[in-house]
Design a protein around this ligand. Sequence first.
Ligand code: FAD
Length: 448
Amino acid sequence: MSNAESVDSGQALDNNSKRMPCPKNRQLILYSNRRQTPILYIFLRTCPLSRHLPNFSNTEIAFSSKSNTQLFLARSLFQLIQCNSLVHVGGKLLNFGFKMGLPLSSLVRWNIFRHFCGGESIEECRTLMQKQMEKGVFSILDYGVEGEKTESGFNASTAEIIRTAKEAARSSEIAFIVFKFTAIASTDLLERVSRCRAKKSPLSDADQIQWTKVEARVDQICKAALDAKRPLMIDAEETWIQLAIDELAKTKMKQCNISGPCIYITFQMYRVDSLNRLKEIHEEAKRDSWHLGVKLVRGAYMEKEREYAQKQNLASPIHPTKDNTDQAYDSALEYCLANLESIGLCAGTHNEKSTVIATTFALQHSDQSPLKIHVKNNLWFSQLLGMSDNLTYNLAAAGLNAAKYVPYGPVHSVLPYLLRRAQENTSVNGQSSRELQLLDIEFTRRKG
Ligand SMILES: Cc1cc2nc3c(=O)[nH]c(=O)nc-3n(C[C@H](O)[C@H](O)[C@H](O)COP(=O)(O)OP(=O)(O)OC[C@H]3O[C@@H](n4cnc5c(N)ncnc54)[C@H](O)[C@@H]3O)c2cc1C
């Protein structure tokens, strides 16, 4: 019998296990006294699971936590970043300006930062996280620093990520802990380690010393997440550094995911090899009796990947067309949904069709199905702050597990993240027209 089944029936918990209600009684954590690791995380629904597919065009629910002024500012921003050339040139100018030390922080803070980030510190994100939770939406506090270069920078990032775990321990609004490897390790080191792993050759002595420090930082972060009794998600980045990340992450999953998915790794489905890799790792997990934690995304570095492959004279690791990526994403989604008893899934997407696939599955298994408990515990949906509120808030209103990534950090440090969001929302990439359309519908609705 799985842990989940034993918990649902309220039986078969060993005598040393306790139920720990969180302060707001939205979350129940079961853990064993003998092992100080949680055996299961259960987020109690803030409303019963609906029997109907959510209406993702319901803008009243989607923007229920936004004031008229916030809607107006969001609309102005999406109109601005719809312009491809502005995003392209503006991004380069901002990067250059920050490197030259120009005082651009205020300019960025009052428009794009305010829309896509929760604040510069954890404290600044608290009100937003509470407001989201009032609508049933959980938060994933994401320290947005990436591409750190110094030892002191890596240690400072590790300390800050641990602070997000401590914040989660005291706040029921936070569903997952998350981090990026490039916040705690140098990109050059990750690239060299990935190359050695691919060739199955040993690391140089100098690299081994540095890698041991990275492993120690990852250990500290995992421990902090376990102490906070929250699952930990590890973001995916560029292919040439990803092998080192995946191998270390898999080692941690083998250690921590015995009784449930405590560590989640990210599969970027724009990669040609991702679907097979997902199935292979899942086979390994089943064979060795651990749970696989999966965050499914399409992938955020497509242009960089293609340029890199071209420069290195390599075949592109990315699917040739958007359709191919979409098919791979939906196949991976269906595979994970069919295996929810051994896979913890977080669908990280703004794509409505993919979201409908997962939602339909969840609602089909909400009643008498034996998969019901796995849908309840092992299926999450997540979108980035400032994007696709129509999905997040309507999913939450339908009683599904929905969470917003809430990036935060000093303005200059989160700039690469902000520029990726701007890029993703240009008219070429299409997302902004959907956002603008929904904002217009809501304005009209509010005017009566
Ligand atoms: C909660 C969450 C967590 C995330 N974490 C990560 C992460 O760890 N690592 C990461 O890389 N990204 C991450 N992302 C970003 C994510 O990859 C982008 O938001 C995503 O690429 C946008 O895709 P979409 O699924 O929202 O849908 P869509 O808007 O339908 O898809 C756009 C995506 O399709 C792909 N695509 C577009 N055109 C083509 C083409 N011509 N050929 C092939 N593929 C194409 C690209 O991946 C593009 O980004 C995360 C997103 C979310 C919501």
